[in-house]
Design a binder for this molecule. Structure first.
Ligand code: BGC
Ligand code: BGC
Length: 807
């Protein structure tokens, strides 16, 4: 059937969607038990089940008092505020929250154990020492459902060792525009590949489709995310709008949900994004009418991180619209208390129907019964709990290594691979010995940044694997990042590609590799000019325009984001002593590879492309190389002493009055009270120095077009300022302004001889009333009293040397 042409925008037509068989998971006796629990619960207990808080902001006492149904850890959270806490601390925290949830010593009530959700998205990837499997884009290249199922099972095992019950995985996005920063979390642009992979992952995590007593079986519950069309937003903008018709919505983005539902996924996470300009989290026709009623989803829905606050007419503190649309559990990381109070008040006033509340609670309780949660006892008493030897166990690492091997896609090979191990190998490129870089975002921290190899016990970098393979065969390997070898090599491997990012931080304007990351092209050219055969190995979350590397290198391998077992790369690239392959290439492109940064001339290699050792030597007509402008780094507003294009540096009074725009230096402002000069930082004149004689002053970065930082303020993004304070002002504040409206936070900036990168959470400014969606002065440093301050850089990001406390 065709949707009717007069359709309302964003209004789905359930009867054009398929029906699926969602497995029955509870016995009649268990269903009767759910009904009996529900009948005994107070309205407070019911509302509590619908709310999930993040470890950043919720304690066991809160769980006890508010009967919260669930807790989570976001990418940067962890027990006692430490996302790198050792495994035993995670299990201990799980016990503490569990004990609080079932503690009814205060009298009456129904003891409902809490469940803990975590982003185990490529292995148990928040935990130090866990096995890190390739990100989904690599698994989509491997396209081997049986392998993916084993990965799911190993991941479940590792999660259970630290006491959690629920992973926010798999991502079943079907990315259509790879400029999207989350494209690597999806398996493929082909919905059928995604369906096969996602179904297998769910079986691995949860066990067989209708399985019950999951905890006893060493399993966890999964969450298919993000429903719906997170990978279909216009221009690949994260949390953006899928401006597509209902058939495309169904046939591309909806297709994998068949496999997801028939495998009995216990939860579905609703997307931050919109369909036809309306937020999915508030779209009843999609969430209730299509997903639950038509497709037959029998588990519960969970929202994304404060995504309810983006629904039309909602705020982070209040959004009954989402519940009414079919949301069952609110992911309300830091907003759980207002959400709880708001829902409770509305339930008592009868303005949200009790039937809808009961339905949501029933769905959550059914999943908890399916887990076997009521009989499982405290987390540390359950099967696999505390088996920290299973984190990064040899068996799991072997699966990951196999996955790395199978995910590699060979795009070019002019008689150079496999390399003979007996000779001299040069390994170059900054990414060659960097486990964080080969693991990508969602690795130990949200962005996967700020880490060194020491954070990855038991893991192996690409270099580590290559060196082992070469030396085991009597050869020699040398690591020189810039390629300047000391002993002439027989061949060189140059590792290059992207640096870690997550979510919107990874959105790009084009499909070109960032200009700042193209240095290795010169290394490849130099080595070629020296007559040394070059193998390019690319680490990336997506296919990218990298024609200069494809043209220069004799062989080219897309390695995606392989994770902790770098040896998998050497397994395929380094042959046996006789020069025969030990393993063949098995990966094929999970999405088309671009010929140009804008994909204008179509695909260079189609989806499904990939050579093997049996393929004839690749004939190679040089590809066009276009200039890639150093993409304006949207996150950098002031660097090397100058503001970014369309930004201005201004000195003004505290309220933004009496402005002087600093163009040339030296400059004077505020009637000569402030003198601005150039000073060196890293490069000559790389900073601006402000000598303030006294009184109140403000150093401001301004722009004409207001800047929308609402996604950043919802995530853990910091306003970063690199400063040297030669003389500290009596008082200082960091502020932002939307027009006249200023929000300020007092900060302490002690005097010191060195530049320090300070970071202030954007959340903090928002809490002080900043209108983060319309900032015209997104950085203001206000001072009182005489001061001498040099400013080198202002940007947003997640890595500060000193995080300023939010008072
Ligand atoms: C992401 C989800 C993730 C959640 C919890 C959100 O911002 O979009 O994919 O599961 O945070 O960390
Ligand atoms: C959290 C992530 C979350 C993101 C949402 C971050 O603060 O750590 O888990 O996905 O915010 O933007």
């Amino acid at each position: 059937m065709q949707p009717d042409a007069t359709a309302q925008p964003a209004q789905a037509h359930p009867d054009i969607w398929p029906r699926y068989r969602y497995p029955a998971t509870l016995t009649d006796a268990q269903d009767a038990r759910v009904a009996e629990l529900l009948a005994r619960m107070t309205v407070e207990e019911k509302i509590g089940q619908l709310v999930q808080g993040d470890l950043c902001c919720v304690t066991p006492a809160d769980v006890r008092r508010y009967h919260l149904g669930s807790i989570l850890v976001g990418g940067n959270s962890g027990p006692h505020g430490d996302d790198l806490a050792p495994p035993a601390d995670w299990l201990k925290a799980a016990d503490d929250f569990y004990a609080a949830s079932v503690d009814k010593s205060g009298g009456g009530g129904v003891a409902i154990p809490v469940i803990w959700g975590i982003d185990a998205v490529h292995g148990h990837s928040n935990i130090v020492g866990a096995t890190l499997f390739p990100h989904n884009i690599g698994l989509g290249a491997a396209n081997d459902p049986a392998l993916i199922e084993r990965i799911g099972a190993a991941t479940a095992t590792e999660i259970r060792a630290t006491g959690q019950e629920w992973t926010f995985a798999p991502t079943v996005a079907v990315p259509q525009d790879f400029r999207w920063g989350r494209a690597y979390e999806g398996y493929s642009s082909d919905p059928h590949r995604v369906a096969a992979a996602a179904g297998a992952m769910i079986r691995g995590l949860q066990g067989p489709p209708g399985g019950t007593n999951l905890l006893a079986a060493g399993k966890v519950i999964a969450s298919a995310k993000h429903f719906l069309a997170d990978g279909g937003t216009k221009d690949g903008v994260d949390q953006g709008n899928a401006d597509i018709g209902e058939q495309e919505l169904r046939d591309i983005h909806g297709l994998p949900y068949g496999a997801v539902l028939e495998n009995g996924v216990a939860t579905v996470m609703l997307s931050f994004s919109s369909w036809q300009r309306r937020k999915i989290t508030g779209n009843r026709s999609l969430v209730t009418d299509v997903l639950k009623d038509r497709m037959g989803f029998g588990g519960f829905t969970v929202s994304d991180w404060n995504a309810h606050g983006q629904v039309e007419g909602c705020t982070n503190a209040s959004c009954p619209q989402a519940l009414l649309a079919g949301l069952d559990m609110y992911m309300a990381p830091d907003s759980w208390k207002p959400i709880y109070e708001d829902l409770l008040a509305r339930a008592k006033a009868g303005t949200v129907p009790m039937a809808r509340i009961d339905d949501a609670v029933r769905r959550i309780l059914r999943v908890k019964l399916r887990l076997g949660l009521f009989e499982a006892g405290k987390p540390s008493s359950r099967p696999l709990s505390g088996r920290f030897d299973l984190l990064g166990s040899p068996d799991h690492r072997a699966i990951a290594r196999e996955a790395v091997r199978k995910s590699l896609v060979l795009l070019k090979n002019r008689d150079v691979l496999p390399l003979k191990p007996g000779g001299r190998l040069l390994v170059a490129g900054e990414g060659a010995d960097d486990i964080a870089r080969q693991s990508g975002g969602w690795t130990l921290s949200w962005q996967g940044t700020g880490l060194t190899n020491a954070n990855f016990p038991g893991a192996t970098s690409l270099w580590g694997g290559l060196k082992q393979a070469v030396e085991a065969a009597g050869g020699r390997a040398e690591l020189v990042p810039d390629g300047g070898w000391t002993q002439r090599p027989d061949a060189a491997i140059v590792v290059f590609g992207e640096k870690p990012y997550a979510e919107f931080q990874g959105d790009r304007a084009t499909l070109a590799l960032d200009a700042e990351l193209t240095g290795p092209y010169a290394t490849m050219r130099k080595l070629k000019a020296q007559g040394i055969p070059v193998v390019a190995v690319m680490l990336s979350g997506r296919p990218l325009y990298v024609n200069p590397a494809l043209n220069t290198a004799d062989a080219f391998v897309a390695a995606w984001l392989p994770g902790s077992e770098g040896e998998g790369v050497a397994d395929v690239l380094i042959g046996d002593a006789a020069g025969r392959p030990r393993f063949d290439f098995a990966g094929t492109l999970p999405a088309a590879w671009p010929r140009t940064p804008d994909m204008a001339d179509g695909a260079l290699f189609p989806l499904g492309y990939g050579l093997t050792y049996a393929s004839p030597a690749t004939p190679w007509a040089p590809l066009p190389e276009v200039a890639v402008d150093a993409a304006a780094d949207r996150h950098s507003w002031f660097a090397k002493g100058v503001p970014a294009a369309s930004w201005s540096l201004v000195v003004a009074g505290p309220g933004g009055d009496r402005q002087t725009r600093v163009t040339a230096v030296p400059a004077q402002a505020l009637g000569g009270r402030v003198i601005v000069t150039a000073t060196d930082h890293r490069v000559q004149e790389g900073a601006r120095r402000f000598a303030i004689a006294g009184g109140d002053a403000a150093i401001r970065l301004q722009r004409f077009e207001p800047l929308d930082l609402s996604r950043e303020a919802n995530g853990d993004v910091l306003l970063l300022a690199t400063l040297k304070v030669a003389k500290a002002p009596a008082r200082a504040e960091i502020a932002v302004a939307a027009g006249e409206r200023i929000a300020a936070v007092p900060v302490s900036l002690p005097a010191g001889g060195a530049y320090v990168r300070y970071g202030l959470p954007l959340k903090c400014l928002q809490a002080k009333g900043a209108d983060v969606a319309h900032l015209t002065a997104p950085f203001i440093l206000r001072t009182s009293g005489a001061a001498d301050i040099s400013l080198a850089e202002v940007r947003i990001g997640t890595d500060a040397e000193q995080v300023l406390r939010c008072p």
